[in-house]
Design a protein around this ligand. Structure first.
Ligand SMILES: [Cu+2]
Length: 463
């Protein structure tokens, strides 16, 4: 039986339908909208002009998305840019169709178009979302934001701060984002900014109390900057990398390296005195700079507390069966000062100089850019090992989609779960993971100009 109410709703919908773009108002509870659009924000200090960015929700970083572990996330990307775009959900073990890689998992969303992203959040942790189309430009212009998935049992801290570390390259006169046609950015270490920011702000300041216990969720959303971080007036532990809890919290190293796309959850106690200062320090060449100032006002407790308990582990993360694993090798070549002898590009063999003419500088396994054939094809559930040989002069942050991996260390033990591996020049490292997630998953350098100029491949996991 129709009730009066459903009849009215039906009539209203029918009357309204011709006026609306059909797909946008499909049946079911409507997803929240995440609009990618230009906006003006203050990135440089007061006194400098505002900067035009491309952001989600008119800000950089974009609207923070916060959900609980086990939730289903639904967001409708609305593209109000003049370029096609997509959303990638970095570090989420996601359905392949929702991974947001144009030409691999979906077509890029054209200007004026929209796309519904919908997926379950199996894992708690610190993740982020960003454009995966023309990303060396779109992410640098601000198309990125934090995605926080809260544990059911939250750790015992006084408060938490999400700290998105980034840099921008601004014209000091106009305050506008500098252009993207710089060959040096593609062929060397990547596009570095000239102003480092936290949550889109230069010289971020926070108020804290002595002996306060903070959970700091650190994210590096920069195109190419490797943040080298130290603490002053704060002491603590790393409790998670790239969203995934460590089995045992580790005392913070003297310098914590955070490559582009990497995250670290740290739990710190404020040891600086009431009335004093603490800092998150960024080392830049030989200088120690304050990335974040913590002003200490008041005391949270009389004394410090014991080390924190580990965060609850995420499900089904075991990497076993290393001896029987499917093995593969990824050989990285190219870049300034070394180049490569020859590589396949667009179906034919080219030398380094010819590749460079089209702004391509890097090759993986002798291929410039996405190969026709995947690096490897794994059965679902198969353990995979990949030796990665960085035969270049530069660091690279290798990111695998849809899976977390562990590094196979020289003594045969396994490192922490990660989704992005920082490799320095001439290093050879090995990762291992269980190919649990069916689909085509890209595997690329997260120095985004490198990804755009050759450092892109993919793996395939059979259904
Ligand atoms: Cu790279």
């Amino acid at each position: 039986m129709f009730t009066r109410r459903t009849l009215l709703a039906g009539a209203a919908a029918a009357a309204a339908a011709p006026l609306l773009p059909g797909r946008l108002f499909a049946a079911g509870p409507e997803a929240k909208i995440l609009e990618a659009a230009a906006a003006r924000v203050q990135i440089a200090p007061e006194g400098y002009p505002q900067t035009e960015i491309w952001g989600y929700g008119g800000a950089v970083p974009g609207t923070e998305i916060r959900a609980r572990q086990g939730d289903r996330l639904r967001r409708r990307l609305v593209n109000s840019l003049e370029q096609p775009t997509t959303l990638h959900w970095h570090g989420i073990r996601i359905d392949n169709a929702m991974d947001g890689v144009p030409g691999v998992t979906q077509e890029a969303v054209p200007p004026g178009g929209d796309f519904l992203y919908e997926f379950d959040l199996r894992d708690a942790g610190t993740y982020w979302y960003h454009s995966h189309n023309q990303s060396y430009e779109q992410v640098a212009r601000g198309l990125q934001g934090a995605l926080i998935v809260e544990e059911t049992d939250a750790p015992d801290v006084d408060r938490e701060e999400v700290l998105v570390l980034d840099d921008f390259r601004l014209d000091p006169e106009t305050g506008q984002i500098a252009g993207f046609d710089n060959m040096h950015d593609f062929s060397h270490g990547g596009r570095l900014g000239n102003i480092a920011v936290t949550n889109g702000v230069f010289n971020k300041t926070l108020s804290v109390k002595q002996n306060e216990r903070l959970r700091l969720r650190l994210l590096n959303t920069a195109n190419a900057r490797i943040f080298q971080l130290q603490l002053q007036g704060l002491e603590g532990w790393v409790v998670a990398f790239d969203g995934m809890p460590l089995e045992v919290p580790q005392p913070l190293p003297e310098t914590l390296l955070l490559a582009p796309a990497q995250r670290a959850d740290i739990i710190v106690d404020v040891t600086a005195e009431d009335g004093g200062e603490a800092h998150l320090i960024r080392l830049d060449r030989e200088e120690a700079l304050s990335q974040i100032l913590f002003e200490v006002k008041g005391r949270a407790s009389e004394s410090r507390r014991p080390a924190p308990a580990p965060l609850p582990p995420n499900p089904d993360m075991e990497v076993a069966g290393l001896d029987d694993a499917l093995r593969s090798t990824l050989h990285m070549e190219g870049g300034a000062m070394r180049g490569f002898q020859s590589a396949m590009m667009d179906g034919r063999k080219v030398g380094f100089r010819e590749a460079a003419q089209s702004m391509n500088f890097w090759a993986m396994n002798g291929m410039v850019g996405m190969p026709d054939e995947p690096l490897l094809v794994a059965e679902r559930g198969q353990t995979v090992r990949v030796v990665i040989k960085n035969d270049t002069m530069f660091p690279h942050g290798m990111h695998l989609h849809g899976h977390h991996f562990r590094e196979v260390l020289e003594d045969g033990t396994l490192g922490p779960l990660r989704d992005t591996l920082l490799m320095f020049g001439d290093e050879t490292r090995e990762i291992a993971f269980v190919a649990h997630n069916p689909g085509d998953w890209v595997f690329h350098c997260h120095m985004l100009t490198h990804a755009a100029s050759g450092m892109m491949t993919r793996i395939k996991v059979l259904a």
